[in-house]
Design a protein around this ligand. Structure first.
Ligand code: HEC
Length: 91
């Protein structure tokens, strides 16, 4: 059964993803090749647990969590930086 909090997190996550997508379109980066931090977060951080809300932790904590979860999610350093930047921007 989905909890109310889970749905709120999902809606929040989707609005962040949309906002970043709009910002991303103005850059020359190829979205198919280079995924945004929000996309990487949405795709990778839900595999083992619910994607944590950006507001759940502060900037310093996200730095540390990023390093721990990078190993688990098998992300590159660049991908991890993007996810952490996204989480710090959105918290
Ligand atoms: C392969 C499985 C796996 C993936 C992928 C994964 N996690 Fe986790 N995560 C875990 C496990 C297991 C724990 C609990 C044990 C721990 O904290 O090490 C955890 C715990 C956490 C916690 C709680 C830490 C705390 O101190 O309460 C956060 C936040 C978190 N993960 C964020 C993320 C983020 C962000 C990503 C995406 C980059 C991610 N996780 C991807 C397995 C995963």
């Amino acid at each position: 059964m989905k909890s109310k909090k889970h749905i709120i997190n999902l809606v929040l996550g989707m609005s962040f993803a949309t906002a970043l997508f709009v910002v991303g379109c103005s850059s020359t980066e190829n979205a198919a090749v280079a995924k945004s931090g929000a996309e990487l977060w949405g795709e990778n951080c839900v595999r083992c647990h619910n994607a944590p809300s950006p507001t759940a932790f502060g900037d310093i904590q996200w730095e540390t969590i990023g390093q721990h979860m990078r190993i688990r999610a098998n992300l590159t350093a660049v991908q991890t930086d993007k996810v952490v930047e996204f989480l710090k921007m959105a918290n």
